[in-house]
Design a protein around this ligand. Structure first.
Ligand SMILES: [Zn+2]
Length: 203
């Protein structure tokens, strides 16, 4: 299947509570770009969503995420089924893509940390990791951003060393290669964070 999430992934049913998730179909090494925001992903303003039928609003609420401009993004492929984990396999530095921040084995689920995605409200988590926070809050990112950047900086040097089937989609190629050679140049994950002020004005 053609997609802008890593081609060696597939959708699998996890269980009644979680629904579906995205799983690796072969080993995906640390530093692999696992998802890139691309032209086929849909972008909605808060106004556009307000004018939609409530069924559409429910779908966007469940599968969308909020970008740094306060816009809601709905991924067109199975990337929208990426689940949260308090020990996420994938994170995004300040670029329009995510990378694996550790080796992911074939059969393992690929996960995000939803508190990186401009959450509007808290939710109870049952990710069963030793480091599970129990509840995931919008401001978790305030305490976690340094740790996420550390994980990303530790993984960035791998970017040119591993197979990158999604490289053609990356918009910031030169910057990313420079940052992989000198991780002090890596853009922080904080670049994705919407200011609380602008969130309030959008909703
Ligand atoms: Zn958890």
């Amino acid at each position: 299947m053609m997609s802008m999430i890593h081609p060696s992934t597939e959708l699998r049913f996890v269980g009644d509570r979680v629904g579906y998730g995205v799983f690796a179909t072969r080993d995906i090494p640390r530093g692999t770009i696992t998802w890139v925001r691309d032209k086929l992903d849909q972008t909605f303003s808060a106004d556009e969503i307000r004018q939609m039928h409530e069924n559409y609003q429910r779908i966007i609420g469940k599968y969308g995420y909020t970008d740094r401009h306060g816009k809601t993004i709905l991924c067109w492929d199975h990337a929208r089924f990426m689940n949260h984990s308090c020990a996420a396999t994938c994170l995004s530095a300040g670029y329009d893509f995510e990378i694996a921040i550790r080796d992911v084995r074939a059969g393992e689920e690929l996960t995000d940390d939803y508190s990186t995605l401009n959450l509007e409200s808290s939710f109870a988590c049952a990710c069963s990791n030793a480091t599970c926070r129990g509840h995931v809050h919008p401001d978790d990112r305030t305490h976690s951003a340094d740790r996420w950047d550390d994980l990303l900086r530790a993984s960035f040097p791998q970017i040119p060393r591993v197979e990158q089937p999604l490289w053609w989609l990356v918009k910031e190629k030169d910057d990313v290669l420079l940052a992989s050679a000198d991780v002090s140049l890596m853009r922080s994950c904080r670049l994705h964070f919407v200011e609380q002020r602008s969130l309030a004005s959008v909703h």
